[in-house]
Design a binder for this molecule. Structure first.
Ligand code: ADP
Ligand code: MG
Length: 632
């Protein structure tokens, strides 16, 4: 980045034959700036003759006096700027001064002699010379030629120029991009591959400029002309392009309207000229001031076009052209004052490098192809950009298995194929989004039906309780049925036992009625037993049941007592029967040993035993008669 002030030069035009020279002197200093001193006699300043003189001193980079030749001016002023432009920086050289002070002569040159060639043809010549010498880069050169007249822009290289009036031509308009770069619409950029082509274009532009000019309308002095050389350079194979441009500006005459003494159409022109130069001056004042944030570039087309050259990214040089004859002294002073302000502006020129997107695309395409080839070589597989249907299905399966696998160490291995890896991510995202949606649906349903569910739960609880109650009742009924069945069976058994006893069959009799109930309860669970107890207690017939129970107990006791008596009687009877049998055996033995008549006679002992048996039998039947009443 180069940061330096705008270099300001002065050039004094040779005096015409009839012109009377003003008083001025030039003090050249090789090391620092040169000084131009202009002396104004007082009779000129206020019209009153006196011998006092007023001196005005101005500093310039260099001052070219009347005899300075075009080649010297070019070497000092334009060559350094052209070199910068060749290096990739933007450059501007503009000439400022009153009409007839030599602006066009300096910028374009005089037509009479070849040596009168101005800065434009000399710069073109120099640039093409340099480009030819440098084979390390590929250069492209274009030129454009813009004329600004009455605040309108015209393309001086437009071929229609010859056949049309200036007013009928397409106007060049200013376009601004988002980065506030200026683009000129309808201004053609003509390619010039060599010096000759470029000079032809310059000649075409100058011719067009002159056609518009009539003796009545000296447009050239009232218009601004900007000849621009555009250079782009690129090293072979590199994507970096350097673009630079050099504006060579021939401004309209800086003289004040009052001085011109014109009216009507010319006055309008003069207003425009002066207005645009006035705006140029305002821009320059603003730029020279420190801490000015707003620079009024937009006020005129001229300042808009030169925005990049004045206070922007540009190496800018100004040439103040002075017509130093007596009558133009005040205009010369005004030009010098303007130049002094311009000299205060500091510009920052930076290299204009950019990357050519087309070249980058070509490079990247080549790189992609090389990488693809390499991939085919390594994997042995030709890869298409899309995965096949079969591969997609296989991936779906793999993802499914992976998601179902609860093992934290399980991995989803699809190999080193970015297409597959990307597909897996997309697929899993879809699955996740889907599950999120169904979760949300469930949540919203759940919230809206929460109250209903609570009601249902309450009802369910009630039903459960009811069912439990019914279950208890059923099991109690079942127990009762069983109990009744068993009771019936016991009663039948008791009857059977008594009958059997009467026939001499021994039988087991329950020791008590409690034993019976215990035997019923043994088959029940603890819950059932408890429920049974509650049922027994709360049952409507519980008192009767209790009475019956007591009665039953009593009867059982009586039956037991009778049973015991019956057994006792039966034993006695059997005992007496045994004694009789014993007596018979004794009598038989006696008859064998000592037969006698007495043995056939009635035995009183036996008779007594038989009597006792009869007595016991009576008692037995009595007890047996009693038994049914207590067994019922
Ligand atoms: P401007 O463009 O400022 O109005 P011109 O460049 O047209 O002024 O100059 C007016 C006249 O003076 C032209 O005829 C031109 O040839 C002549 N002239 C200007 N400067 C010089 C110079 N340095 N040497 C010789 N003639 C000059
Ligand atoms: Mg001119």
């Amino acid at each position: 980045m180069v940061k330096e002030t705008i270099l300001v030069y002065a050039r004094v035009k040779p005096l015409g034959r009839r012109q009377e020279a003003g008083i001025y002197s030039i003090e050249d200093d090789e090391k620092s700036l040169s000084t131009l001193e202009i002396i104004v006699p007082h009779d000129l300043a206020d019209g009153v003759v006196n011998n006092k003189r007023e001196s005005y001193k101005f500093k310039f980079q260099k001052i070219f006096d009347q005899e300075a030749k075009q080649d010297v001016v070019f070497d000092s002023i334009a060559k350094p700027v052209a070199e910068c432009v060749l290096a990739g920086y933007n450059g501007t050289i503009f000439a400022y001064g009153q009409t007839g002070s030599g602006k066009t002569f300096t910028i374009t040159g005089g037509a009479e002699r070849y040596s009168d060639r101005g800065i434009i043809p000399r710069t073109l010549s120099y640039i093409f010379d340099q480009l030819q010498k440098d084979s390390s880069k590929v250069y492209t050169t274009h030129v454009s030629y813009l004329e600004i007249y009455n605040e309108c822009g015209y393309d001086l290289l437009d071929p229609r120029h010859e056949a049309s009036r200036l007013e009928d031509l397409l106007k060049v308009t200013i376009m601004e991009d988002p980065d506030q770069n200026i683009h000129l619409k309808n201004l053609s950029l003509q390619q010039a591959t060599n010096e000759e082509e470029a000079l032809n274009l310059l000649f075409l532009g100058d011719t067009n400029r002159m056609i518009a000019e009539t003796p009545m309308n000296q447009a050239s002095s009232r218009s601004h002309c900007i000849f621009t050389i555009h250079i782009s350079s690129k090293e072979p194979g590199s994507a970096t392009i350097r673009r630079s441009k050099l504006h060579l500006v021939d401004l309209a005459g800086s003289e004040r309207v009052a001085k011109t003494g014109v009216g009507g159409h010319l006055l309008t022109e003069a207003k425009y000229i002066n207005l645009s130069l006035h705006y140029l001056e305002q821009v320059i004042i603003a730029l020279a001031e420190k801490n000015r944030s707003h620079i009024p570039y937009r006020n005129s087309m001229m300042t808009s076009v030169l925005r990049d050259s004045l206070g922007g990214n540009c190496m800018t040089t100004m040439i103040a052209t002075l017509s130093i004859d007596k009558r133009n002294i005040d205009e010369s002073i005004s030009t010098c004052r303007f130049a002094q302000r311009v000299a205060l502006i500091k510009n920052e020129a930076v290299l204009n490098e950019e990357i050519d997107p087309r070249l980058i695309i070509v490079q990247l395409k080549k790189e992609i192809q090389e990488l693809k080839d390499e991939l085919v070589l390594v994997t042995g597989k030709q890869r298409t950009s899309e995965l096949s249907q079969e591969e997609l299905l296989q991936l779906d399966k793999l993802i499914g298995t992976f998601l179902k696998d609860n093992d934290p160490d399980s991995a989803l291995d699809v190999g080193a194929d970015m297409r597959k890896i990307k597909y897996c991510f997309v697929h899993m995202k879809e699955l996740m989004n889907h599950s999120k949606i169904s979760d949300r649906k469930w949540l919203s349903q759940h919230t809206s039906e929460e109250k209903d569910t609570n009601k249902e739960a309450e009802e369910l609880e009630k039903m459960k309780e009811l069912l439990q109650q019914r279950d208890n009742e059923i099991s109690i009924l079942y127990i009762l049925v069983n109990m009744l069945k068993k009771e019936k069976k016991k009663a039948q058994d008791a009857l059977f036992q008594l009958n059997a006893a009467s026939a001499g069959i021994p039988c087991a009799v329950p020791s008590s009625a409690d034993d019976y109930y215990l035997s019923v309860g043994e088959n029940m669970s603890l819950g059932c037993q408890e429920a049974f107890e509650v049922f027994k207690r709360d049952h409507a017939d519980s008192v009767t049941t209790e009475d019956n129970k007591q009665l039953l107990k009593q009867r059982f006791a009586e039956a037991k007592c009778l049973g015991e008596k019956l057994n006792e009687v039966r034993n006695k009877i059997n005992n007496l029967k045994g004694k009789i049998t014993q007596r018979h055996i004794q009598k038989a033995a006696l008859a064998v040993s000592s037969p006698s008549e007495e043995l056939n006679m009635l035995d009183p002992v036996e008779e007594k035993l038989r009597m006792q048996i009869e007595e016991e039998k009576k008692r037995y039947y009595f007890c047996l008669k009693l038994l049914p009443s207590c067994g019922r």
